[in-house]
Design a binder for this molecule. Sequence first.
Ligand code: PLP
Length: 387
Amino acid sequence: QLQLADSLSRLGTESAFMVLARAQALAAQGQDIINLGIGQPDFKTPENIVEAGIKALRDGHHGYTPANGLPQLRQAVSADLHRRHDVEVNPDNVVVVPGGKPTMFFAITMFGQPDVEIMYPNPGFPIYESMINYTGATPVPIALKEENDFAFSAEAVLAQITDKTRLIIINSPANPTGGVTPKTEIDKLVAGLLEHPHVALLSDEIYSNMLYGGREHVSLLQYPEIRDRLIMLDGWSKTYAMTGWRIGYAVWPDSLVDHVTRLCINDHSCVNAATQFAAIEALNGPQDAVHDMVAQFDARRTVIGRELNSLPGVRCPDPAGAFYAFANIEGTGMTATEAQDKFLNDAGVATVAGTSFGAWGEGYLRFSYANSTTNIIEAIRRIRGIL
Ligand code: PLP
């Protein structure tokens, strides 16, 4: 019998991957499955980016790069942040890692240990709570509520701060709710944090390019007063349809850059070089493909919002960002997992139960609209038939 570390038993997972596996297994048996469960764009990586990756391989970029990322890539990130958010970021504060997730892993392990509290959105990306538990820290949920359009309340966050709080995680636009927190709440949060200088902030802005209905992204980088304790996570996975390339980045405060670089050296050495060259092209090349993708997501979110609200017992607030609709299904009389299983087994529609994103997700289902309008309409038609 192997004697494993206790921490392993506290590690959670991302159940969306399990739903995906089941949907794929059913499809392999010949069933016609529409996948509204998946959290990745249904587009291919734009051709110019793919070509840049291939060229890098042909040009012989086969070796290690600096652990924190190629200097020209970190420079491109800095220029992109200036373009999009009108902020100055020193490329030395940018650390490139294999995806969005490693930044979470590193930030949470940097602060998490027993007798420490870490706040995280609930329902939220499941890896936050999983990682907090893994470190032995106490997860303190930030409740995201339908009546607030799934935005967080700064007052509620600030009220939960204790002298044990070390890190607060926020995510806007959000997975799984599609919620976007308005600037007024972010202003209040930042103002309140000035009274708690011992608290760091991880702002997961991976969906920063996906806001709809005239909404504009507010980056926490736009608040110089908290730069010295802000970790701002973003990346290429969602914006450039590059989930499988495995690359992302964060802007770290001066005091943490060496620590995170050391974690990179211990963990993965560097992101593979060809992917880094592809990522440079993504930022410096034409952005038309991104605009096209976002326009398509926008059209689909209008369709899915309308269709979901037309189902008996289902209610869905206007999806504001990312590519998720978070529908209240309490009126159907089913729990979240019952609805998830019934929709998959009886209608061939994959969705993800709200409870996969934390206990506060009971009564909700996440519908990803990273699928064609035709498939979205057909999926809702099938669900209507079994309700
Ligand atoms: N942050 C959020 C909120 C996400 O939804 C995801 C992916 O689903 C990530 C980060 C991770 O992205 P990556 O695939 O780049 O690790």
